[in-house]
Design a protein around this ligand. Structure first.
Ligand SMILES: [Ca+2]
Length: 277
């Protein structure tokens, strides 16, 4: 009888231990650490304090921050002979914001460009063709990064939260907490929605994270420290920031604040080892 009681006691004790072990395994094996290959590079105007980066067809749209210097610009990806365009000429289009606004994240949805401001609580809506402001709405909190999932605009504010807004009046529809291996991921900055996932620059870290937009879990991570080390950076604030998906090349254009270069990189998923099977 004693042995039965002992067995039952051990059985009860082992339950939560096994559950904890399984939870730990799920956390440590849940994030894919991507590698990358540089497919191409081209010049980027180092005067741009990159806050938002979007590529649509052959046109880049970029927002540049700082008070008194904030602007929205567009420029071509390639030249007519199919070479990469060098960003030494004038912009195709440019709109300088009034000095009191600090431009932040940028998204293109249904031919409208949505531009956040940092602490001014205003999102500007531009006609993508004319660069004229066709709407402006107020929102609470800070504006950092912006992208969309085809239906809703997705905003970061430098915390671990993502905010989903209606594109018709920027009303808040839902909030998502972002976690990586059980810990909140703070300082989420520039965003890009790619094939069902939100990719985010983490401010002052040389890496991107891939976020499941239904659960908030980080499912992938890309360390760009080696790429950043190649860049001639002028200050500690010249951080990696800017992700634009290139559907034609199935790669990401990445750049940074005041960077003279932008890179087209292809993500490489690590081959699962036998131990991961
Ligand atoms: Ca982007």
């Amino acid at each position: 009888m004693k042995s039965i009681i002992l067995f039952w006691w051990l059985f009860c004790l082992s339950g939560p231990l096994i559950a904890n072990a399984e939870t730990t395994v799920a956390h440590t094996s849940g994030v894919v650490h991507f590698d990358y290959q540089v497919l191409a590079q081209r010049s980027h105007k180092p005067t741009l304090f990159t806050q938002g980066l979007v590529l649509d067809g052959d046109t880049f749209y970029e927002s540049s921050g700082l008070y008194g210097r904030s602007m929205l610009v567009s420029y071509p990806r390639t030249e007519p002979d199919n070479k990469w365009a060098q960003l030494t000429a004038n912009f195709t289009q440019k709109d300088k914001l009034p000095d009191r606004y600090f431009a932040e994240g940028l998204a293109l949805l249904d031919d409208k460009l949505y531009l956040l401001t940092w602490q001014e609580g205003i999102v500007f809506v531009y006609d993508r063709t004319t660069f004229s402001v066709i709407d402006r709405w107020r929102y609470s909190g800070e504006g950092w990064g912006l992208t969309h999932n085809g239906k809703l605009l997705i905003r970061s504010d430098g915390s671990e939260h993502l905010y989903f807004h209606s594109p018709t009046d920027f009303s808040l529809e839902k909030t998502l907490d972002v976690n990586e291996e059980g810990r909140p991921v703070q300082r989420l900055n520039e965003l890009e929605f790619i094939e069902g996932y939100v990719w985010a620059n983490v401010w002052h870290e040389n890496r991107l994270v891939q976020i499941d937009p239904t659960t908030g879990q980080v499912v992938g991570s890309l360390d760009l420290t080696a790429l950043t080390a190649q860049v001639d950076i002028e200050s500690s604030e010249s951080v990696l920031n800017g992700i634009a998906y290139d559907t034609e090349h199935e790669g990401l254009w990445v750049t940074g604040k005041h960077w003279p270069t932008m890179y087209l990189i292809k993500l490489i998923k690590p081959v699962a080892s036998a131990a991961d099977q």
